[in-house]
Design a binder for this molecule. Sequence first.
Ligand code: 5GP
Ligand code: ZN
Length: 148
Amino acid sequence: MSACIFCKIIKGEIPSFKLIETKFSYSFLDIQPTAEAHCLVIPKHHGAKLHNIPDEYLADILPVVKKLTKVLELDVNNTPEGEGYNVLQNNGRIAHQEVDHVHFHLIPKKDSKTGLGVEWPAQETNFEKLGQLHKQLQSRLAEYDEKL
Ligand code: 5GP
Ligand code: ZN
């Protein structure tokens, strides 16, 4: 996609602070970081949302994210209470996506002020409702698999 800023970054038409590049993925520093070393990892395939991206590109991305966690030493202080990180991938404006080329954020979480803040409107557990939904989804999954 010629107008897409992330496609331009992959092609080197827009500069970026590049980190890891593979056959399928490209990673670089976010220019408006929410925490120090906030990175983005993107597929070298233009697609707005996760479901638009071929599997071979998606399969390459998480190992790149994992390598970055080690390079950023986010694996060092990894006790439950220690420093952490979030991996975030937004799809659609309502879900906070601003750039319409799939991207995975790797965001160090070192304190409560920087990095990702999460709103999590958890509902009370309702086993009856969950059971009904589960049945519906199982039959949809069976239909989906039959179509493949
Ligand atoms: P989204 O809200 O779509 O999940 O995140 C888009 C991210 O891309 C934001 O964190 C924003 O700072 C980053 N971003 C937008 N334009 C550029 C750019 O030109 N270069 C880089 N490195 N990051 C960008
Ligand atoms: Zn693109």
